[in-house]
Design a binder for this molecule. Structure first.
Ligand SMILES: O=c1[nH]cc([C@@H]2O[C@H](COP(=O)(O)O)[C@@H](O)[C@H]2O)c(=O)[nH]1
Ligand SMILES: [Mg+2]
Length: 228
């Protein structure tokens, strides 16, 4: 398969740069256990990449939880405050972000997280790494991002933040989630997917390229500078 050259790169955050997807699973299961319910991987895959309020509504409906959106979000906030500050960077992410930064490739962050959630995940240990992103989009906080992934809004808003206004075809998206891949394709961008190893291969089909880890990523495939 051949890939088209790009000039700009948009990074997802949760499950791509940071191991926060593991932490979301723990946080949600801690709440659901109180109601005798299970946070299955199948349900998780449907929620990954959604806005925080969309997630709350969907999980309450899917599992018939006896609470409203605000109550669910209050519960999750308590969990996140304990769990997120000690999140870890996933293999290959730091090296790739620094590599693209050092070669003056414009990079942007396009996360469905809120700014508050981002601060919890980043401020304690990862401020320096994330300072390399001059342009950041927080889907759950940004009024311009009307609909969460799988809708294309977040990547179109994130691309519009680059001062030279690249066309969607010039942007490469890096994603772990099915909804994120669908959002990137809907935005007419190529997308490299690094899925959870448990994900059904059928659900990775829309991705331009699928990798086991960011350590396998070869930037030169997309016309970007190769690692030395
Ligand atoms: O197990 C889960 N993972 C992820 C999410 C949602 O996905 C977003 C992260 O998506 P992304 O990787 O696109 O930043 C989070 O803000 C959260 O709303 C969730 O609800 N449950
Ligand atoms: Mg993600």
């Amino acid at each position: 398969m051949s890939y088209a050259p790009v000039t700009h790169v948009l990074f997802d955050m949760d499950g791509l740069i940071l191991n926060t997807e593991d932490l979301y699973t723990v946080a949600f299961q801690n709440i659901l256990s109180k109601y005798g319910k299970e946070y299955t991987f199948d349900l998780k895959c449907q929620l990954m990449g959604c806005h925080a309020h969309e997630t709350a509504d969907k999980i309450i409906a899917a599992l018939e939880l006896p609470m409203n959106r605000e109550q669910f979000m209050e519960e999750t906030q308590k969990q996140f405050t304990c769990l997120f500050p000690d999140t870890k960077v996933l293999p290959g992410a730091k090296e790739l972000i620094e590599h693209l930064h050092n070669h003056n490739i414009p990079i942007g962050l396009a996360t469905s997280s809120s700014k508050e959630s981002y601060d919890l995940k980043v401020n304690k240990h990862h401020k320096q790494l994330f300072s390399l992103f001059p342009y950041k989009t927080f889907g759950s906080s940004d009024p311009d991002v009307k609909k969460g992934k799988p809708h294309p809004d977040i990547f179109l808003v994130a691309a519009a933040k680059f001062p030279d206004k690249p066309k969607p075809e010039q942007c490469l998206v890096l994603e772990d989630a099915v909804n994120g891949v669908l959002a990137a394709r809907a935005a007419n961008m190529q997308v490299v997917m690094v899925p959870d190893s448990r994900l059904d291969k059928q659900l990775t089909k829309e991705a331009t390229l699928v990798l086991n880890s960011l350590t396998e990523f070869k930037p030169e495939l997309f016309g970007l500078p190769a690692f030395k």
